[in-house]
Design a protein around this ligand. Structure first.
Ligand SMILES: [Mg+2]
Length: 320
């Protein structure tokens, strides 16, 4: 057995044992049992060393993040995560690194009730690809295409923390020890809003997760739904750590253009707005109304209260 074949042994027991995995890691393919009356939701994310993460990043955090970013996409569809596959490209076999990476992956898969059911390993520049599969009751997946004029726009949690966490990592921002811990946690160990995503099936007209920053991501909903929107920057949910660590224009920039928050962005029709508190409060994740869907097709307008807010969005760069 070659060293690359041995790698499979690091991942053989990743995640929680699931009865719907008929054949898992170790065969030519996985055999998975779909639940009756459910649709399959599939998503893929790749993380490349030097583009999405630093070469010296904690491998445990990397394993955590790879699972989380994939599961976050399932959450945004209103799906329940179930199965993961991993394609791993490694320059060499570093057992200590692999053990840590596999541990981060396994504990996070377990947390989200997922099982790793297969994968592939090749030699090459460090790159990680994960495919996540989840299930959603037939016809109930939330897409980016359902936003209607007059719908309210919401986000979960707070925005911009991960982007500032990245700056702290790079030594480009300083803050108190307590805030630093919070920001680094948000950058290295984001959460996927899985339970809340499933609750949104009953209220949201559209949803997506925030990976590239609000100004980069919201236009996807606007395009798919053929609508416009305005956002009031004074309504953006900002953490105390973000507010204390930078002045307002920088805080707005982090919240509007900073990536990797993995919060959910969703729209809610006026008729369902009244039931939001009752429906979503059990999940313990704050959510904030930040704007509204308008008729002007495709256009995203930023306001500060009643005034237009002059802002030049630059696409989120993982290494700004
Ligand atoms: Mg996404």
């Amino acid at each position: 057995m070659g060293e690359f074949e041995l790698i499979a042994s690091f991942f053989a027991d990743s995640g929680i044992a699931r009865q719907d995995v008929i054949v898992g890691v170790g065969d030519d393919g996985a055999v998975l049992q779909m639940r009756d009356g459910y649709d399959l939701v599939v998503t893929t994310d790749t993380m490349v060393c030097g583009t999405h993460f630093f070469p010296d990043v904690d491998p445990r955090a990397l394993g955590h993040k790879l699972v989380t970013v994939n599961v976050s996409d399932l959450a945004a569809m209103g799906a329940e995560p179930a199965w993961l596959s991993l394609a791993l490209t490694l320059p060499s076999v570093d057992e200590a690194w692999l053990r840590q990476f596999a541990a981060g992956l396994a504990e996070t898969a377990d947390y989200y009730n997922c099982r790793l059911v297969g994968g592939d390993t090749t030699r090459g520049p460090l790159s990680l690809t994960m495919i996540a599969k989840g299930q959603v009751p037939r016809g109930r997946a939330i897409t980016r295409a359902g936003a209607k004029v007059g719908d309210y726009i919401y986000v979960t949690g707070t925005l911009g923390d991960a982007a500032l966490g990245l700056k702290v990592c790079q030594g480009q921002a300083q803050t108190s020890k307590k805030h630093q811990a919070h920001l680094l946690q948000r950058f290295h160990f984001p959460s996927a809003r899985v339970a809340l995503g499933q609750a949104l099936r009953n209220v949201a007209s559209s949803a997506m997760d925030l990976s590239d920053g609000l100004c980069g991501d919201l236009p996807h909903i606007l395009r798919r739904s053929a609508v416009g929107a305005y956002i009031d920057v004074h309504k953006l949910p900002l953490s105390q750590a973000l507010k204390d660590s930078c002045d307002q224009p920088v805080a707005f920039k982090m919240a509007l253009s900073g990536g990797e928050d993995y919060e959910l962005l969703f729209t809610v029709p006026e008729s369902k707005r009244g039931s939001l508190d009752v429906l979503l409060s059990p999940y313990g994740v704050p959510f904030t109304c930040i704007g509204r869907i308008t008729g002007a097709t495709g256009k995203l307008e930023l306001k500060a209260g009643e005034q237009p807010f002059d802002y030049q969005h630059q696409g989120f760069l993982h290494f700004p």
